[in-house]
Design a protein around this ligand. Structure first.
Ligand code: PLP
Length: 433
């Protein structure tokens, strides 16, 4: 960010927006760099205001599974826009996208569209509380479920990056109803259920954690949550805002064969526009207004441009069925990075689940947020800066998953591994200073 254009923009942005950004991690604070300004994206590449192009593994934090500006998505948005940008009444596109989701996500018979993952999880929890007549919720350390008050308790991602265990402004009364437990630890779940069993409305979980780096569920963890929720009468909520249409067509619930009571979706669902949803069995969803008494609404919900973008992206996924290919390339990338680290004697571990992937500067295995936080974040900063300099854009935080799109070629992966090798060398030099 040395260009004149970039500096002027940065000053203007910081004058009128907190940190110069609309969402905290975009400020690049935890890697000690300045925010980037995007000019345009094309396939696997993001172009910034200083005229540089980067191989992009952030992909708008997950939505762009087809890469930037995929023609099918762009054309669908253009076509929809010509008919009007918002109506405030239902459209056929909404029905079609809902049908598409219902046909592919095992736990969803009916859904409600909202505008962000935050709204989806917030509304799912309201519904769970209404359906059970209970108030407590169980979440897991390092899982991020958006920024609603009840969830800002040991949340991963931006909150972790900023080192805030919580946020000022969250009433104690809201966070007191949230129990946050170590991920992948069923014993901790048993203790919580023994103590509070008949007060727990919902257990909400990222079935694959992508907001504390990438942490896959250990064998039996999701099944264990299912069994305990059913036994105690709590609802199991899979927050698939990140994993939906990403780790498999039908999300983590299809991949792991565990069906939750409620599902939240977002990111890939909207094709890069602000679209999210929560859904579940008819019997639960018909408690939502106006079919039932649980209130939830939205002026722009089901927005026709968002519906068009989402439908175009999901239909393209159906047409091309890229999931195996994406998974193979993500695994190749992680293998390449880990091999480069091993050759240099740098302790590193990592994994890929579908086209979500992540690495840590830690010997591993990383099974919990505590493990993730024990990784070498100082080395991550040196490595990160060198990767960016080398033209590779990873998430500017050690606690974010990486993504892959269908636009990333084998050649792009190989180029990325070469940049990583140089960055690891640079991280070693940093050590000796
Ligand atoms: C991104 C994310 C959210 C929040 O979605 P927003 O659209 O940013 O509000 C919630 N849950 C998970 C798992 C996410 O990855």
């Amino acid at each position: 960010m040395t260009s004149r254009v970039g500096r002027d923009l940065l000053e203007r942005a910081r004058a009128v927006m907190p940190g110069g950004v609309s969402s905290p991690v975009r400020a690049f604070g935890s890697v000690g760099l300045d925010p980037r300004f995007a000019i345009r994206g094309e396939g696997a590449r993001l172009h910034d205001a200083s005229g540089r192009a980067y191989l992009d593994y952030v992909l708008s934090w997950g939505p762009l599974i087809l890469g930037h500006a995929h023609p099918a998505v762009v054309e669908a948005i253009q076509r929809a826009a010509r008919d009007g940008t918002s109506f405030g009444v239902t459209t056929e596109r909404e029905v079609a996208l809902a049908e598409h989701v219902v046909a592919r996500v095992p736990g969803v018979e009916m859904l409600r569209f909202v505008n962000s993952g935050t709204e989806a999880t917030m509304s799912a929890i309201r519904l769970a509380r209404a359906a059970t007549g209970r108030e407590r919720i169980v979440k897991f350390d390092g899982c991020y479920h958006g920024h609603a008050d009840s969830f800002l308790v040991t949340a991963g991602s931006g909150v972790a990056t900023l080192g805030l265990p919580d946020s000022p402004g969250v009433p104690r009364a809201a966070s007191a109803l949230t129990l946050s437990l170590p991920y992948n630890d069923l014993d901790a779940v048993d203790v919580a259920f023994d103590r509070y069993g008949d007060e727990i409305a919902a257990v909400i979980v990222e079935p694959v954690v992508g907001n504390a780096g990438l942490i896959p569920p250990v064998d039996g963890f999701l099944e264990g949550l299912r069994e305990r929720s059913t036994r105690t009468g709590a609802l199991l909520v899979f927050d698939e805002v990140m994993t939906g249409f990403r780790v498999a067509r039908g999300g983590a619930q299809e991949r792991y064969g565990v069906t939750p009571d409620l599902t939240t979706l977002g990111k890939v669902l909207g094709g890069g526009l602000p679209v999210a949803a929560y859904g579940g069995p008819r019997e639960l969803m018909e408690r939502v207004a106006p079919a039932g008494p649980v209130y939830q609404a939205g002026t722009l919900s089901g927005n026709p441009l968002g519906m068009a973008a989402g439908l175009a992206q999901l239909e393209e996924l159906d047409r091309t069925d890229p999931f195996d290919d994406l998974e193979r390339r993500a695994a190749t990338l992680v293998r390449g990075i880990l091999a480069a680290a091993e050759a240099r004697g740098i302790p590193m571990c990592g994994s890929a689940v579908g086209s979500m992937w992540g690495v840590y500067f830690a010997p591993g295995p990383v099974r919990s947020f505590a493990d993730a936080k024990a990784s070498d974040t100082a080395r991550f900063r040196r490595y990160y800066a060198a990767c960016l300099e080398g033209g590779v854009f990873f998430a500017p935080s050690p606690f974010e998953a990486g993504f892959l799109s269908t636009a990333h070629t084998d050649g792009d992966i190989a180029e990325t591994v070469r940049v990583v090798e140089a960055a690891l060398d640079a991280s070693l030099e940093g050590m000796s200073i």
